[in-house]
Design a protein around this ligand. Structure first.
Ligand code: NI
Length: 131
């Protein structure tokens, strides 16, 4: 990640970077600052229910929309996140993103954050490519 230690040398165009992504649920690293990563990812369909012990996660919708499902004390609730909107999911809270159609997302979270949190399954990506 050394190339970002002193900040970006060139501006990043989100649409341009996202156009290079042709799969789903596979985040790419587009920047790093203060131990946190800016990731770009495309969602489609349901993801895995999970939580993160130590990390809060930010999801910003660039294009499309997705629903974030939450489970807390046996209750479920859901919220649609639209383009230009973001949510922060606090650590410890069980969540699952779901997109009816392809959706383009910017994530901002600590470098230690694993996409499937406490769960390991076919969606888990331990090593992320830079984009
Ligand atoms: Ni998560």
């Amino acid at each position: 990640m050394d190339q970002w230690i002193n900040g970006p040398m060139h501006k990043i165009n989100l649409s341009e970077k996202l156009s290079l992504i042709h799969d789903h649920w596979n985040p790419r690293v587009a920047g790093e600052l203060n131990g946190q990563l800016i990731k770009l990812v495309k969602f489609e369909g349901p993801f895995t229910w999970h939580h993160h012990e130590n990390e809060d996660e930010m999801f910003l919708v660039v294009k499309g929309r997705f629903r974030m499902d939450y489970r807390e004390n046996g209750n479920e609730r859901a919220e649609w996140i639209e383009p230009g909107e973001f949510i922060i999911v606090p650590r410890g809270l069980e969540h699952r993103p779901f997109a009816e159609e392809e959706c383009e997302i910017l994530l901002f979270e600590p470098a230690s954050t694993l996409n499937t949190g406490n769960v390991e399954d076919e969606f888990t990506r331990k090593t992320l490519e830079r984009i």
